[in-house]
Design a binder for this molecule. Structure first.
Ligand SMILES: [Zn+2]
Length: 123
């Protein structure tokens, strides 16, 4: 999977949900919301794991949100339908659930490259 094809797929995703153009640093994929169960776009950007500010122009679903779990605010994705927050850990699950194994691994390496991030599963 090349970077170019992610650019294409992200553009197609924006079209599919009628969203305006965004900064080319984003990679988007489609995933089901934990709250309403509907499918919507989810975006990754460089430094997302370090809570770095999302590059502008940013997707309308990405903004600083308050996490009750962490008791802090940080830039995060939300559901385009119900605005439920997709926190850091849920985001990683979304990757694994929504994409092929290799694709999820590629994106995780690029954006969520914290080797311990998946080590907290209690299943
Ligand atoms: Zn939702």
């Amino acid at each position: 999977m090349t970077t170019e094809s992610w650019v294409e797929r992200t553009r197609a995703l924006l079209d599919r949900f009628g969203m305006p153009a965004i900064n080319a640093d984003y990679v988007g994929f489609e995933a089901a919301c934990w709250n309403c169960g509907r499918h919507g776009p989810v975006f990754l950007w460089p430094g997302i794991r370090d809570w770095r500010p999302p590059p502008a122009p940013s997707p309308t679903t990405v903004k600083v949100r308050f996490s009750k779990t962490l008791g802090e605010s940080y830039p995060a994705n939300g559901c385009i339908h119900c605005d439920a927050m997709f926190g850091d850990f849920y985001l990683f699950d979304l990757l694994l659930d929504s994409l092929e194994y290799e694709e999820a691994g590629e994106l995780a390496d690029r954006f969520l490259n914290d080797a311990d991030v998946a080590g907290d599963e209690s299943e």
